[in-house]
Design a protein around this ligand. Structure first.
Ligand SMILES: Cc1cc2nc3c(=O)[nH]c(=O)nc-3n(C[C@H](O)[C@H](O)[C@H](O)COP(=O)(O)OP(=O)(O)OC[C@H]3O[C@@H](n4cnc5c(N)ncnc54)[C@H](O)[C@@H]3O)c2cc1C
Length: 508
């Protein structure tokens, strides 16, 4: 391997300054490439973001950051990207609560023993299932999920596969047991009617494979899934700083219209303002559908890729109502999903559950004695798209905020009067600010169907197109910030391999 060959000064053009694009940029610079990032927005981070309204910061992303614990899985990548050094991490003892309005509460304690005791108190009749559940959390505390991405699958030789197999061996049984069971399926096995209803909402969406939920509690228990103080945008800015310090260049408000090709090679990008930038390698860390079908005109999409994007796959999009309230909620549990007896009809859909979260655990996000509060509701992109561009869209946003506030008033009497700031993000907001197809929050939703895709890994190249790579959540089913970062790292490993050079990393 020779890092001092003519490839040293290759120019790598990267589309998107989300976590995957920034990560790809940092590793490109560490490996001696000249890189430039083109970002449509005027901020780094993509979905990993937050927004300021008056004195409040509303976080739009990280609930848990895998790799937040020193020396633990994924932490090395965050160290290399300069994202965690000097950053306070806030760890919780419980992930969230699910409560009905009759006073039943399921607390997702991260400590498996505590979780087991609590759940058995709720339902002694479900003892066996509960023990199974707690054992599952315990088992995943030592599972190294980052091993799935330590090296791109395309580059793994027999020796790598053997080492990978050895590492995975103790987890084959738990993965088989929990990987193909959704939270919804698991809940169906319980006798207790409250647990039956609550468990599907314990890990944000009912289709989530239990393996992901168990790993989440396990990583929270080992303090490897905390919240980075300062919030998601501050976190993304650390990667931006690292990239600039490594000599990278970011063009903001620079939306790529076309990826330029020379038949079978990517040779540059053209922006919407008609600027043309040429390079030897192009990486798209932007929306997958937009990249393949708009920027490349569908020319390099085979049947498999067309099938992937034909709309049959599950995608998660949401409405986030953010409120700045002149009230101290710090004594309240930070995240509760309420199960409703009567549905709230929001954006054309009936909702029997509503998630309410406050961020008082991070005092930098609201003034003293006040609280930043967010309410998250799954919402259909098509509904919002049908009314976008008309006054109805604004009216609907106001209506959603009113309905949510009406509900909160029952929980916290007087809160309506204490609201100082109100903000509603719809799936269209996510699409507009990040270009993500259908306003997806994580690319392909992690379900038991996409679980296999996640473990096997998706292609990061397109058939018939050389010098072109895909990174980010659309090639990492389930998305997430660590997988996006690992994805950016993986494509630079692939480029180094093609150039016959040793992949190297450094620390800031
Ligand atoms: C509400 C919410 C909660 C989440 N919670 C968590 C969590 O708790 N933990 C976790 O790990 N993950 C979480 N995620 C998921 C995580 O944020 C994403 O999976 C990850 O940030 C995706 O990064 P990415 O770089 O792949 O894509 P993106 O963030 O989508 O970045 C793509 C970038 O490309 C830019 N772009 C698009 N098109 C163009 C173009 N034509 N030209 C130039 N630039 C372009 C976009 O503006 C964007 O900056 C959450 C996401 C959301 C929305």
């Amino acid at each position: 391997m020779n890092n001092k060959n003519n490839d040293r000064e290759k120019t790598v053009l990267i589309i998107g300054a989300g976590i995957a694009g920034l990560s790809a940029g940092c590793y490109a610079q560490m490996n001696g490439y000249r890189s430039q990032i083109f970002e449509l927005h005027d901020l780094p981070g993509g979905l990993c973001t937050a927004w300021e309204r008056k004195e409040y910061v509303f976080d739009g992303c990280i609930h848990y950051l895998f790799g937040s614990g020193e020396g633990q899985p994924f932490n090395q990548v965050w160290q290399e990207l300069g994202a965690v050094q000097g950053r306070r991490v806030i760890d919780h003892d419980e992930f969230m609560r699910v409560a009905d309005l009759s006073g039943n509460v399921l607390i997702a304690y991260c400590d498996p023993d505590r979780l087991e005791t609590h759940m058995k108190e709720l339902s002694p009749a479900d003892q066996d299932l509960i023990e199974d559940f707690a054992t599952g959390v315990q088992q995943f505390t030592t599972f190294d999920m980052s091993a799935l991405q330590a090296k791109p699958k395309a580059l793994m030789g027999p020796e790598d596969w053997r080492a990978f197999g050895m590492k995975m061996l103790p987890f084959v049984a738990p993965l088989a047991k929990w990987g193909l069971v959704s939270a919804q399926d698991f809940a169906g096995r319980f006798k207790d009617p409250f647990l039956k209803r609550a468990i599907p909402h314990l890990f944000a969406w009912p289709e989530i494979p239990m393996m992901a939920g168990l790993s989440l509690l396990a990583y929270m228990h080992t303090k490897n899934a905390g919240f980075p103080a300062g919030g998601s945008l501050e976190f993304a800015r650390a990667l931006e700083r690292r990239y600039l310090e490594l000599g990278g260049v970011i063009h903001y408000k620079a939306q790529v219209e076309k990826i330029l090709t020379d038949g079978d090679r990517a040779v540059g990008v053209r922006l919407y303002n008609d600027e043309v930038h040429r390079g030897e390698v192009v990486i798209s860390a932007a929306d997958g559908r937009g990249t393949i079908f708009d920027m490349l005109g569908g020319q390099y999409a085979n049947r498999k890729i067309k099938r992937l994007y034909d709309g049959h796959m599950s995608i998660h999009s949401q409405v986030q109502v953010s409120l700045g309230v002149n009230r101290d909620l710090s004594a309240e549990p930070h995240w509760v999903t309420y199960l409703l007896d009567e549905p709230l009809t929001i954006a054309g859909e009936e909702h029997y559950e509503i998630g309410v979260k406050h961020y008082c655990f991070d005092p930098s996000l609201a003034p003293a004695g006040k609280s930043a509060l967010v309410i998250m509701l799954r919402s259909n992109y098509a509904y919002w798209q049908r009314i976008y561009g008309r006054r109805l869209y604004d009216t609907e946003q106001l209506q959603v905020a009113d309905i949510v506030l009406g509900f909160l008033e029952k929980l916290y009497p007087g809160i309506q009067e204490q609201v100082e700031v109100e903000d509603v993000a719809t799936p269209l907001s996510y699409e507009r600010y990040t270009g993500n197809w259908l306003g997806s929050t994580c690319g392909w939703l992690l379900t038991k169907e996409t679980m296999t895709m996640m473990i096997q890994g998706m292609d990061k190249t397109l058939p018939g197109l050389e010098d072109f790579y895909l990174a980010g959540q659309w090639v990492e089913p389930g998305g997430s910030v660590p997988l996006a970062a690992a994805s950016g790292r993986n494509v630079i490993q692939m480029i180094c391999h093609t150039d016959n050079r040793q992949f190297v990393t450094s620390l800031p």
